[in-house]
Ligand binder design. Structure first.
Ligand SMILES: Cc1ncc(COP(=O)(O)O)c(C=O)c1O
Length: 402
């Protein structure tokens, strides 16, 4: 009681920035609080499968790193990121056709920090960012810190619709284009090669940087790879990625790959918030790459996630009533569901939670607040039995509320 009163007094009496006082907590993290309760089948978070974390290997690599690098791996380190890891990531980018040197890489505390740093660097209050509609809610949250506004562009199964991109650029003069080209969060859609080329052409013409947030590109389990937009657009593109989905999110290691002069600026912005990313985690990631363990780990998760996706899709075909549509992604962690227009996924969530199933309703992913009838399902985190059971329960719920 006393604490509650004190909270109120502080937030009311101290002159905190009105903008920060108005910040909203991530809806996903709120829903995760319910969904982590025992017995709840969760399709809510973007969590990797916990049973696939390489715990024993992590022990071996930890011992190796401590034995080999000793105090260095426990010390402060440079803001840009330790050289061995930047060398490893540059070499991997080159293999994907992206001309990259270690100085093009800035290691961040997750891709989330990279998004926030880019927002702070480019955006003045009221500036526009062109995004997909819907887009990753965590990016909206990070860009909101800089008081961005949004020019959201509709998607079809090939990604952003390019006619709308050109119109939006003319109308809103966005400072950035933010896209998730591979297995987009939340829809699972992958941008086609043609659209990538068109996006690069348009953005080069208007000289607008493209931020390609790419945590899922390496988790393709079906279909042909599509050329990286960074390989097409070169310095027009800043690409972001992370170890979170391919190794372990708890390490908090992500990175940007961009033009060297911009990386120097981003490095200073990052420095203001955390000096540098965890030295120890960086050494662990670097050794996972150098010892061939990262590629083995990626090879391990792919068949598992494919099986989970297939199980979820089959369960949906069996349990969901007519009139519900969904995406069928070739990789990543999510698929996207559209209920009939008159249904609200937000209103149905408390009922789903009573049935001990959790999902994330779609509205927060829309910068301008549409999408009441949509929801996102994660297929990587639940067990196969949990997927069938959870989807069956959702099927009953949707049928009763059609
Ligand atoms: C598109 C996208 N970008 C960034 C992130 C954040 O990743 P990280 O854990 O590296 O901060 C996520 C996490 O779900 C994501 O889906």
């Amino acid at each position: 009681m006393l604490i509650e009163q004190e909270d109120k007094v502080h937030t009311e009496l101290w002159r905190i920035s009105p903008h920060m006082a108005g910040l909203k907590s991530s809806i996903i993290r709120e829903i995760l609080k319910f969904s982590s309760q025992p017995g709840v089948i969760s399709f809510a978070g973007g969590l990797p499968a916990p049973e696939l974390f390489p715990v024993e290997e992590m022990k071996e690599v930890t011992t190796y790193v401590l034995d080999t690098f000793g105090p260095t791996c426990l010390q402060y380190s440079v803001s840009r990121g330790i050289l061995p890891l930047r060398e490893d990531l540059a070499a991997r980018a080159v293999l994907r056709g992206v001309a990259t040197k270690p100085d093009n890489i800035l290691i961040c505390s997750g891709a989330q920090q990279a998004i926030e740093v880019i927002g702070r660097t480019f955006i003045e209050p009221g500036d526009y960012i062109l995004t997909e509609n819907p887009t990753y809610v965590g990016a909206l949250q990070a860009f909101n810190i800089s008081q961005a506004r949004y020019a959201p562009v509709e998607m079809d199964k090939e990604g952003m619709i390019m006619d709308q991109v050109a119109d939006m650029i003319e109308k809103y003069k966005p400072k950035l284009v933010y896209t998730i080209t591979n297995f987009q969060n939340p829809t699972g859609i992958t941008m086609s090669l043609k659209r990538r080329e068109q996006l690069v052409d348009i953005c080069s013409k208007y000289n607008i940087p493209i931020v390609d947030d790419n945590p899922y590109g390496q988790i393709r389990f079906d279909g042909e790879e599509v050329r990286d937009i960074k390989a097409i657009g070169g310095d027009q593109v800043i690409s972001l990625s992370t170890f979170s989905k391919i190794l372990a999110p708890g390490l908090r290691i992500g990175w940007m790959n961009g033009p060297e002069d911009m990386i120097t600026i981003f490095e200073k912005v990052k420095q203001c918030t955390d000096l540098h990313t965890s030295t120890f985690s960086q050494y662990l990631c670097s050794e996972f790459i150098r010892q061939g363990r990262l590629d083995r780990q990626i090879a391990r998760i792919k068949p598992d996630y494919r099986q989970k996706r297939d199980t979820m899709l089959q369960a949906m075909r069996d349990a969901f009533p007519e009139g519900i549509k969904w995406t069928e992604p070739d990789g990543g962690l999510f698929l996207w569901v559209e209920l009939p227009k008159h249904m609200s996924a937000k209103d149905l969530l408390p009922k789903a939670i009573e049935l001990k199933v959790a999902y994330v309703y779609g509205q927060p992913f829309f910068p301008n607040g549409e999408g009441a009838n949509t929801l996102r399902l994660n297929f990587s985190n639940a067990t196969l039995e949990g997927i069938v059971e959870g989807i069956t329960r959702l099927g009953k719920l949707f049928t009763e509320n059609m």
